[in-house]
Design a protein around this ligand. Sequence first.
Ligand code: ADP
Length: 379
Amino acid sequence: MSVTQQQVLDSLAKIKSPRGVALTNANVLSAISASDGKVFFSINVDAAEARAWESVRAEAETAVRAIPGVTTAMVALTAERKPGSAPPPPQPSRGTPGVQPAHAHKPPAQGGAQSPMARQSEIPGVAAVIAVASGKGGVGKSTTALNLALGLRDLGLKVGLLDADIYGPSVPRLTGLHEKPELDGERKMIPLRRFGLAIMSIGFLVEEETAMIWRGPMVMSAVTQMLRDVAWGTLDVLVVDMPPGTGDAQLTLAQNVPLKGAVIVSTPQDLSLIDARRGLAMFRKVNVPVLGIVENMSYFQCPHCGTKSDIFGHGGARHEAEKLGVPFLGEIPLHMAIRATSDAGNPVVDSEPDGPHAAIYRAIAGQVRDQLKGVIAAA
Ligand code: ADP
């Protein structure tokens, strides 16, 4: 059963804005995307009124989800400061709930934007949320995130994976999962399960092109909802595959997701290491502990004879980590088996658990687990 934009508008017309105007007449709705039972739109309001709108957003989402034929509804609340208004003060310390800035994709002269749903409160049932980040795309961040999650699983932990790479969600490809998540009795999305992991990706919810055109504040809203409107259950660790880069959208995420730590993935090339350094600086700026650096595609290992060749000049990340005083977590070779298994939806830690690559990922996972031990034990 297909859902039309008009059906969505009809259901929104019954909802009132904080000032008592019908939502459809409040001049706050973005274009409504409704295809294949998936509905997505945003409510764009002034930052000063953002808090009052949060309950309206929730109401709108509930109303849309109740339309017959709707399988997924995501309503983002985006709030922008008026030009000329003062930017919000920088966040003094982690763990402070409240409205956080989201300056994504807006020049400072225009005043940036705020994400009203960006709260740092913990996610009930989840002991530790950690980020896997990289300074740029294509360095193997998502491959590392998934195999690290599997390594943590092999250590006996309950693990989830959230693909927050809104600009190019690759978890559907890496896991072979393409189903849409269902809703539970409380209308929370039930994460998909594969390899013993609870998995959620923006790629399960919207077409790739839709995700690509999202502006920064919408990215933050969508990720916040994937964190909080998903029935994660009890997890020791939730691994978040971050969008690549160190721009405003990433900074906002790093600041607003209640992270217990971050793993930075880099290749040995100089350029990538410069990017990794930016990543480190970004997490330090928002007081997220950097758990360490992983050097991916560290050396080339011939699939036939096993000979190692340092085609990118190996060891750069280890050296860099030492210089910067952060742990070096390990080296992952550039190997056909990692690429082939990854791209076929059978990550190497799961499909070749006794092989050398799985052992490397498990060793990295062990170091991450050790650093999180206190947090996991406390939970
Ligand atoms: P990112 O998330 O940084 O964009 P991906 O994890 O999607 O990167 O990896 C990009 C490509 O590189 C994919 O085709 C993946 O299979 C491949 N890849 C990643 N790590 C390795 C590795 N260590 N050896 C071989 N191929 C790899």
